[in-house]
Each structure stands twice: as structure tokens, then as C-alpha cells.
Design a protein around this ligand. Structure first.
Ligand SMILES: NC(=O)c1ccc[n+]([C@@H]2O[C@H](COP(=O)([O-])OP(=O)(O)OC[C@H]3O[C@@H](n4cnc5c(N)ncnc54)[C@H](OP(=O)(O)O)[C@@H]3O)[C@@H](O)[C@H]2O)c1
Length: 260
């Protein structure tokens, strides 16, 4: 049996890739998963594959910021035992400042809203429920950033910046909750994946055209490493190449953070 301490997990971005793979790994380990995403056909497939005794689904677009509060309230009414929320949804776009005229700012803002702004609302509306579970009940926010939060890749600078922003925010949220007696049972866990073979890349025409639509480690290899991190109760879980970059970066940043 796994030592994953949560029993009812909302996985946002459970229709493909990392979210779907980790949702299925949770189900294999006896966790009830509520999968979230925009693609209804994928959500239906997820529930019919695993059965409604093991999972449920909620179709929602997290960029609809004004609807997040009522969506979270409705979801928690239906699933009052939620003890962890995995914030995993994300998109990746290119951004090229050598050709500013070619920049579509609406796509840039959509990336910021999906990868960062929505997370602030999701944290705001999920945290009261997790805090209210009380000190005897472990609870968690598990968020997926990226190795690119630590070292950016110029091809997709805004994506990297959203992941850096989220990484920084999680650092502060973790410290705030840990210092508050009514919140310290809520862990803030960050998963920092390396490049993984998912639709994040295979759906980007420029990458596909350059033969890079399937870059990275396999989803299975990543899921094994991420699950090992999640069951070890670490607060940050880098894997693959990211683990090496993270451990070097951390030696310096750890010293710096003590200055605050
Ligand atoms: N693959 C990698 O190399 C890699 C590396 C580092 C970090 N990551 C991060 O890992 C996370 C998962 O990505 P992935 O690689 O598994 O890519 P993916 O297969 O494209 O999955 C992205 C997930 O996010 C969901 N999503 C996107 N926009 C959404 C929205 N507006 N509302 C609700 N759900 C939304 C998608 O669901 P719908 O389309 O159905 O809405 C999908 O389930 C992302 O945060 C990504 O940045 C990936």
C-alpha cells in the first residue's frame, strides 16, 4: 500500500498527459479522484474506464476566473471529503521578441491566465476547505511547475515566467501555512517535471515540424519518479534532468532565503 496520505483528490488537467497519468496512479493506489478539464469526451472516457466508485469528473475551464468561486463551492458540496487538490493544468506557447509585430498578445495573456492567474483564484477558494479540515486531517495543494521555472528556455519565455511566478508563489504560500497553527496541516507540494512526452509538445505545430513533438522522457518514467516523490512526502519533487538543476540551484537559493 502506498504512503500517499490523501484519499480524495481533485486533479485539474486530468484529460491527458501528466495529470491523467498521476490520476490513474492515484486510482491504482485506492485514491478517489475527481478529474477536471475542458474536454468532456476525455472526462467521460476517464470515468467509464475506472468506474464511478473510483472517480468522478467535472468539466471546467479554469480561465473563466469569475466562475471559479461558484465552481469550487459546487464541487466541494458534491465531494465534501476532498483532502488534496492537484493544480496541474497548463499550456505552452512560443514568444519571439525578435519579431514583436508577430506577437499575439491575447495568446500571451491566455497563457498567463491558465498557468498563473487562475491558480491564485483556485488557491483562494480551495484553501478554506482544506484549512477547515483541522490539524488531525492531512491535506495538500500539489502544484505542477517545471524545471523551466528554475532555468528558462528562450523559445517559450512567457511559459517559463509563468512557471517561475508559480514556483515563487508556492514558496510563500508554503511558508505562510507552515507558520499558522490553523493551516500547518495543509502541505504545499511542488512537482517540477523535466521535459515529458505529452500533448504539451505534440500539439505545438512548430515543434512537430522540427521533429520535436515527442521530446522528453516517457510519461511512464516520469510518473514513476513523480509518484515516488509524492509518496515520500517531500515538499518539492523534481525528477529527471530537473533534479540535477534543482539541487544545484537550491544550494544557492537555500542560503539566500535564510536572509529573509
Ligand atoms: N510535458 C512536459 O514536458 C512538462 C514539463 C514541465 C511541466 N509540465 C507541466 O505539466 C502540466 C501538465 O502538462 P502536460 O505535459 O501533461 O500537458 P497536456 O497533456 O497538454 O495536459 C494539459 C492539461 O491541462 C488541462 N488544461 C489546459 N488548459 C486548461 C483550462 N483552461 N482549463 C482546464 N484545464 C486545462 C488540459 O485539459 P483540457 O485541454 O481538457 O482542458 C490537460 O488535461 C502543465 O502544467 C505543464 O506546464 C509539463
Amino acid at each position: 500500500m502506498s504512503s500517499f496520505p490523501y484519499n480524495n483528490v481533485v486533479v485539474i488537467g486530468a484529460t491527458s498527459g501528466i495529470g491523467l497519468a498521476l490520476a490513474e496512479r492515484m486510482i491504482e493506489n485506492g485514491v478517489f479522484v475527481i478529474g477536471v478539464g475542458r474536454r468532456k469526451d476525455r472526462l467521460d472516457e476517464f470515468v467509464s474506464k475506472h468506474g464511478s466508485d473510483k472517480c468522478a469528473a467535472s468539466q471546467f475551464d479554469i480561465t473563466h476566473l469569475e466562475s471559479i468561486k461558484s465552481w469550487v463551492e459546487g464541487l466541494l458540496k458534491q465531494h465534501p471529503n476532498v483532502d488534496a487538490v492537484m493544480l496541474n493544468s497548463g499550456i505552452q506557447r512560443t514568444l519571439d521578441f525578435t519579431n514583436p509585430q508577430g506577437i499575439d498578445l491575447s495568446r500571451v495573456h491566455q497563457e498567463i491566465t491558465t498557468n498563473y492567474t487562475s491558480y491564485i483564484s483556485l488557491l483562494t477558494y480551495f484553501l478554506p476547505h482544506l484549512q477547515a479540515r483541522g490539524p488531525q486531517s492531512p491535506a495538500a495543494v500539489i502544484a505542477v511547475t517545471s524545471g523551466l521555472a528554475v532555468v528558462p528556455m528562450p523559445r517559450c519565455g512567457n511559459y517559463c515566467a509563468t512557471k517561475s511566478a508559480l514556483h515563487s508563489l508556492l514558496w510563500s504560500v508554503r511558508a505562510q501555512l507552515a507558520a499558522d497553527e490553523h493551516s500547518q496541516h495543509v502541505k504545499v507540494v511542488e512537482i517540477l517535471p523535466p521535459a515529458v512526452q505529452t500533448e504539451l509538445h505534440s500539439q505545438q505545430p512548430d515543434l512537430v515540424a522540427r521533429g520535436l513533438g515527442d521530446i522528453g522522457i516517457t510519461l511512464e518514467e516520469f510518473t514513476d519518479a513523480a509518484w515516488a516523490g509524492l509518496t515520500r512526502a517531500t515538499t518539492r519533487s523534481p525528477s529527471g534532468r530537473t533534479a540535477r538543476i534543482w539541487s544545484r540551484w537550491r544550494r544557492g537559493a537555500g542560503r539566500l532565503s535564510r536572509a529573509w
